[in-house]
Design a protein around this ligand. Structure first.
Ligand code: DC
Length: 217
């Protein structure tokens, strides 16, 4: 039996850093499902497709070849092209949030995530891993943090990558995107009593990782 660890939560709670370290501690692949929605967002922008056009996006998602190569950092390929470095901008974040509301896009990507997870197990981070992708796993964690703390983390990350951004704009974008992700009809960001909820606002990364690893082993 392969081990699946689901780590869900809104943007800026430290999901990526935590998931990567949990994966390393448990010797499992780290699967960043948000990167896949970002890939479709980028593909839509590249093809001049409106990110709310469900019909065109369904076609795009059906035809796009998304490959995901676990590693450090994991690589995302779109039609054979390595787009890992292109999908972390605020523009792609918003495009990803829009395309992720389209059921046909979710169907394609959820299938890909299930196939990847079933191969070798994995630590999957996203919004719906424990509710939709692997609802049967006993290892479900929902990370939360206060909105200002999350925006500050996102801001620091963008600045460290050399992006020129304004803190209030990052805060507004983060609040808007979380609202979109939480109120969409298909697989909204949510958790139930099968999750262990961890508020990361006042915890260090290693404290969060230690709690998760301890709960699994
Ligand atoms: O985790 P992230 O910021 O890279 O995710 C980008 C967008 O993709 C996010 O706004 C919501 C969406 N997403 C989703 O709907 N389901 C997932 N499993 C992962 C991400």
């Amino acid at each position: 039996m392969t081990t699946i660890v689901a780590i869900d939560g809104p943007s800026g709670v430290g999901k990526s850093t935590v998931s990567k370290l949990v994966a390393r501690a448990l010797n499992l692949p780290h699967i960043d499902t948000g990167a896949m929605y970002r890939a479709i967002g980028l593909a839509a922008l590249r093809n001049n497709i409106d990110v709310r056009d469900a019909d065109k996006l369904e076609q795009l998602a059906g035809n796009a070849q998304i490959e995901f190569l676990p590693g450090d950092p994991p690589r995302v390929l779109l039609d054979g092209d390595d787009i890992t470095g292109l999908i972390r901008t605020p523009e792609i974040s918003m495009a990803a949030s829009h395309v992720s509301a389209i059921p046909a896009v979710r169907r394609v990507l959820v299938r890909l995530q299930q196939a990847l997870g079933r191969k070798h197990g994995g630590v999957l981070e996203g919004r719906d891993i424990g509710t939709k992708v692997f609802p049967e796993t006993p290892h479900k964690f929902f990370l939360t943090a206060r909105a200002e703390v999350r925006a500050r983390r996102r801001y620091d990350e963008l600045i460290s990558r050399g992006e020129n951004v304004d803190f209030n704009a990052v805060l507004a974008e983060s609040v808007k995107r979380d609202e979109q992700d939480s109120t969409r009809a298909d697989s909204p960001l949510m958790y139930d009593e099968s999750y262990k909820v961890i508020d990361t606002s006042d915890l260090t990364i290693s404290e969060v990782v230690a709690r998760i690893v301890a709960a699994i082993s």
